[in-house]
Ligand binder design. Sequence first.
Ligand SMILES: C=CC1=C(C)c2cc3[nH]c(cc4nc(cc5[nH]c(cc1n2)c(C)c5CCC(=O)O)C(CCC(=O)O)=C4C)c(C)c3C=C
Ligand SMILES: [Fe+2]
Ligand SMILES: [Fe+2]
Length: 366
Amino acid sequence: MTGPADSELRTGRRVAVVLTNLGGPEGPEAVRPFLFNLFNDPAIIGLPGLIRTPLARYIAAKREAEAQANYNIMGGGSPLLAETVKQAEALSKILADVLPGDEVEVFIAMRYWHPLTEDTARAVADFSPDHVVLLPLYPQYSTTTTASSFRKWRELYSGSGQIHSVCCYPEVDGLIEAQARMITETLAKAGDAPVRVLFSAHGIPEKLVKAGDPYQEQVEATVAAVVQRLGLTDWEICYQSKVGPLKWLGPSTPDAVRKAGADGVGALVVPIAFVSEHIETLVELDHEYRELADEVGCSPYLRAPTVSVEPAFIQALGQMVLQSLATPGVAPQGPAMARDNPGYREGRTLCNCEGQRLNRRSRVDP
Ligand SMILES: C=CC1=C(C)c2cc3[nH]c(cc4nc(cc5[nH]c(cc1n2)c(C)c5CCC(=O)O)C(CCC(=O)O)=C4C)c(C)c3C=C
Ligand SMILES: [Fe+2]
Ligand SMILES: [Fe+2]
């Protein structure tokens, strides 16, 4: 990766890089409180707290047994933290090389389970940083993920340092290269059989997109870049993991698998909005949809691994940290930091990158 320009090589800075992610329960007893935290987030259920909190308690209790059964397939808990730690370690190594004069530490802040944002905010404050870089492990920006994590950080962090944030990176080269590699390696297993590439993203309710959430547009941008790089001809975007009664983005991944079966082709499912393995890949894609594929005669059924610690992807993360540090940050709890995404509030398809249109190549927030 490209190192910093001489002018950027300021030494002696204390830099905290905060990887934000969703979090997952480490064991069966953590499933219900994890689900409660998730459904009690106003970014997930947009109702006033007086209604949302009891509703979240009810939904968490109702989903508990089914969710525990799914987590049991992975040994009882989520591998998401362990996966994120691996990514943090890989990023640390790269940053030590490219910022040799600075003291850089990579932290993890999970939105719904440990290490929770409040604990990480304290640990980062104890580190007394000059700069904090918020780096979501979500390539595509959504009000339900990145905006929610940023908002929580803003509420809870009261330590030192300028705050920089990377809002999204749907088309960043290292991500596309890593995704393309995962697909190529998996496609090789299909031999001569015709296979449709199904780009499967976690869904969100359609009404959020109508209100300006740029997630769908950014998922499409990632897919377009991968399709172009590989010259794919038979492919489709679909959305998985629907929860609740609202209409979500479609087509659903199960419907796309059924269609592939009906069309007499196999499927290579690519988790396009996840960068590490967890319940939605290891259970939903590898178990539930594989069974469905067997039932509907969609064969072969293959799944590309997530980009995880692929060097191209981790280098892209490192590059975005550098770019982010090279632009002025804002004071903690300053008004400019992802303040509820102005484009979203106004119902326009903008992210909060200085109010610019979304079709820029890489989007790194100041
Ligand atoms: C791109 C990433 C994600 C988006 C967008 C997202 C939106 C979203 N999620 C739910 C509800 C659930 N998500 C659950 C697990 C889960 N979700 C993501 C990522 C995104 N979610 C990840 C990485 C995980 C896995 C965590 C793990 O433990 O490994 C769950 C829990 C599992 C289950 O019970 O099915 C729920 C519930 C909503 C409602 C939503 C948008 C409105
Ligand atoms: Fe989710
Ligand atoms: Fe942005």
